[in-house]
Design a protein around this ligand. Structure first.
Ligand code: IPD
Ligand code: CA
Ligand code: CA
Length: 256
């Protein structure tokens, strides 16, 4: 089996598990505070993903949210995994959360998978093979007028409320676009842009496991990703993210 098939199998199995689980209050823990939660199920799914990957590809490295990175491996392939992206949604809504798995060989994207668990919708892309929502080829929107764009951002807190150097620009941008939406999952929001249901995405805070799978899907769908300064998005460190339906929008957004 190749890496892509191993990933699809384990992601679908993990999705079945999460759809059936009943979350108990005692299974929820705070990490850095009451807005930063983890559950027994995040950890269980991450262990499930890690063991399926390492069983077949023991040389590969894994960067996941809930466990420290594996010791440095000989191989050049790194997996970025988020067992539940949108844990708060998982806890409060039991919907709008995803399993996110991105696989890279050095700086070359191999494939990305984002499973919208409750909708049983798999977004996926292999490098050079286009982007897909289940069996349907997807593409970003053709909207280029600022006043027609739908902006998505994962939450008010980090984008608008906490002080950061781009705060004024974010407020100006949100006044100029058609509307702002917050779904609460970086991976699913990037897939919204990939599928043309949103036109741009901004976050001031994202980790490699949040965006490294969905960025492959978005780029295969015709979109582009940067930091909010317009620089190349780093692969292995936390950063801001600006994602666009097309490279053409870049200058216009950076000049707002
Ligand atoms: C979080 C979600 C959330 C975003 C946070 C992420 P998690 O991931 O994507 O929407 O605002 O920055 O950390 O903790 O649910 O995996
Ligand atoms: Ca996440
Ligand atoms: Ca997570």
């Amino acid at each position: 089996m190749d890496r892509f098939n191993v990933a699809v199998d384990v992601v679908q199995n993990a999705g079945d598990l999460l759809r059936q689980c009943r979350l108990e209050e005692s299974e929820i823990c705070q990490k850095m505070g009451h807005q930063d939660l983890v559950t027994h199920w995040d950890r269980r799914v991450e262990r499930m993903l890690r063991s399926a990957i390492l069983e077949t590809f023991p040389q590969d490295s894994i960067v996941g949210e809930e466990y420290p990175p594996e010791e440095c491996r000989a191989g050049a392939v790194t997996w970025y995994i988020d067992p539940i992206d949108g844990t708060t949604n998982f806890i409060n809504q039991h919907q709008n959360y995803a399993i996110s798995v991105g696989c890279w060989e050095g700086s070359l994207p191999l494939f990305g998978l984002v499973l919208d668990v409750e909708r049983k919708t798999l977004y996926w892309a292999r490098h050079g093979g286009g982007a897909w929502q289940n069996q349907t080829l997807i593409h970003t929107s053709g909207r280029r007028e600022l006043s027609e764009l739908l902006l998505t951002t994962p939450g008010l807190q980090y984008t608008f409320l906490e002080p950061h150097p781009y705060q004024e620009r974010m407020i100006r941008l949100s006044r100029k676009v058609r509307g702002v939406r917050c779904l609460g999952s970086v991976a699913l929001e990037l897939c919204e842009v990939a599928a043309g249901r949103a036109d741009l995405f901004v976050t001031m805070r994202s980790s490699p496991w949040d965006h490294n799978a969905a960025r492959i899907i978005l780029e295969e769908a015709g979109g582009a990703t940067f930091t909010v300064d317009g620089d190349e998005l780093p692969l292995g460190q936390k950063s801001t993210v600006l994602a666009l339906n097309d490279m053409e929008l870049k200058d216009c957004i950076l000049c707002v």
